[in-house]
Write a protein that binds this ligand. Structure first.
Ligand SMILES: Nc1ncnc2c1ncn2[C@@H]1O[C@H](COP(=O)(O)OP(=O)(O)OP(=O)(O)O)[C@@H](O)[C@H]1O
Ligand SMILES: N[C@@H](CCO)C(=O)O
Length: 304
């Protein structure tokens, strides 16, 4: 039997739409082993009641991809999923499912596929690489397509605390992608280039105070924020409470704040959302430099 931990991820980091993602220090767990039955799937934890237990299960779909790539048929398998990453909230649950299935299947078969091939398969399944790359590799990852190839660079993780505020309602990526316009004004695109340059430089130079502007986004937040009551007021109040930078996580509705010390920021975000009748779960976490490929049969904190 093999067991893999897969970190939650925050994609679209600040202005890095479809390009910059960061792994976080809380994890889903995928275990894969033999079974006398054709297929057994057990699911525990967040959203367990919403996840299919048949061959449509996204983790199983990813497992099948690896078997087929190697000319094999998946048979007599038991899959156990322990979910900590909430579904459809902007923390990479689909990426965690896909990467978990790919890495677990590859490990079960003796690790024949290199990580670049796993990234290619994961991107094919997810449609874009910005969550799957940090879920697989850990850290802050810049990723994108060069024609049909996925290119990526891993940056040193910032020395910050991360406050994750998760509203109770779901927002499916497919739905919140539809709200985006086909075009935006040139001046706004220029501003976004400027902000993402500050983001990457602030991380590389450890000048985190520049995240005040380096986490600003002008591409997707103006549209997606319409689906999240109080979004800009929450951002403002969190910055006033000392956050370095605040942004939507993935396609939302989760908001993340990077801070030197997260506790006061978390309290303020929770209260600010409550003024708009939005209840949130607050998680205090950190960037995670290890991805699923580093967390196979991991014996440390966590369950594996
Ligand atoms: N552990 C899991 N097992 C099986 N399917 C899952 C699992 N986690 C997520 N999924 C599938 O992925 C869907 C959510 O994907 P979606 O892209 O909408 O949100 P997300 O990945 O959580 O957010 P984002 O991409 O913005 O970070 C779920 O509705 C479910 O179908
Ligand atoms: N870049 C993706 C991340 C969410 O999966 C989007 O915003 O649609």
């Amino acid at each position: 039997m093999v067991c893999v931990l897969i970190p939650a991820t925050s994609a679209n980091l600040g202005p890095g739409f479809d390009a910059v993602g960061m792994a976080l220090s809380f994890y889903n767990e995928v275990s894969l082993g033999p079974s006398p039955k054709e297929l057994e799937i057990e699911v525990f934890g967040d959203g367990a009641e919403l996840i299919s237990r048949d061959k449509n299960n996204l983790v199983y779909v990813a497992i099948t991809k690896v078997f087929e790539k190697l000319g094999k048929t998946p048979r007599n398998l038991k899959l156990t999923l322990k979910n900590r990453v909430p579904l459809a909230r902007g923390l990479g649950s689909s990426a965690a499912a896909i990467v978990g299935g790919l890495v677990a299947a590859n490990a079960y078969l003796g690790n024949p596929l290199p990580s670049d091939e796993l990234l290619r398969l994961a991107t094919e399944l997810e449609g874009h690489p910005d969550n799957v790359a940090p879920a697989l590799l850990g850290g802050v990852v810049i990723s994108g397509f060069d024609r049909d190839k996925v290119k990526y660079l891993k940056l040193p993780v910032p020395e910050v605390e991360v406050v994750v505020a998760i509203p109770r309602f779901q927002l499916k990526t497919a739905d919140s992608r539809q709200i985006l316009p086909a075009e935006i004004p040139f001046s706004r695109a220029v501003l976004n280039v400027n902000r993402v340059s500050f983001l990457i430089a602030a991380f590389c130079l450890k000048k985190y105070e520049y995240l005040q502007i380096g986490m600003e986004d002008y591409l997707h937040q103006p549209y997606r924020s319409q689906l999240i009551p109080g979004f800009y007021q929450v951002v403002e109040e969190a910055k006033n409470a000392g956050a370095y930078g605040v942004a939507l996580s993935g396609s939302g509705p989760t908001v993340i704040a990077l801070a030197k010390e997260g506790e006061a920021v978390g309290r303020v975000i929770k209260e600010a959302f409550l003024k708009f009748n939005v209840e949130t779960e607050i998680i205090y976490t950190r960037p995670e430099n290890r991805g699923a490929i580093d967390l196979i049969n991991y014996k440390g904190e966590g369950d594996c």
